[in-house]
Design a protein around this ligand. Structure first.
Ligand SMILES: [Zn+2]
Length: 123
């Protein structure tokens, strides 16, 4: 799907609304300096409408775009996992249990059977 940019009217309205300030950090912007950002990025379903537009300074926009990219990658991974395009990672394999230091069962010394029911010798 092609990226849907803001129409010129929406851009103009957003710039007017911002009144020459970054809408995030309120830094003063020189004319033409503001960058119009999709609040919810286009890739994640954000519409190119005024309600989804904000005027940001270059610094805020760069930070926001990096975060959007991270969220987009996560959405991609989740979709691919759900569709089966990526197989889930297997269980973590730790080292096997160490071999027992006890000798094998046959080699152990046989104990004499315990007398549980000893016949009582009457006094
Ligand atoms: Zn800013």
């Amino acid at each position: 799907m092609a990226r849907r940019e803001f129409p010129r009217k929406v851009k103009a309205a957003a710039i007017a609304r911002s009144a020459g300030k970054c809408e995030k950090c309120t830094a003063a912007l020189k004319p033409g300096e503001g960058e119009i950002d999709h609040i919810l990025s286009d890739i994640l379903g954000g519409e190119p409408v005024l309600a989804n537009a904000q005027v940001l300074c270059r610094v805020c926009h760069a930070a926001k775009s990096a975060d959007d990219l991270r969220r987009t990658r996560k959405a991609d991974r989740q979709r691919d996992k759900a569709s089966g395009a990526i197989r889930p990672a297997g269980k973590l394999r730790g080292p096997a249990f160490p071999k027992s230091s006890k000798p094998p069962r046959e080699a152990r010394q046989q104990l004499a059977p315990k007398l549980i029911y000893a016949s009582r010798t009457t006094t």
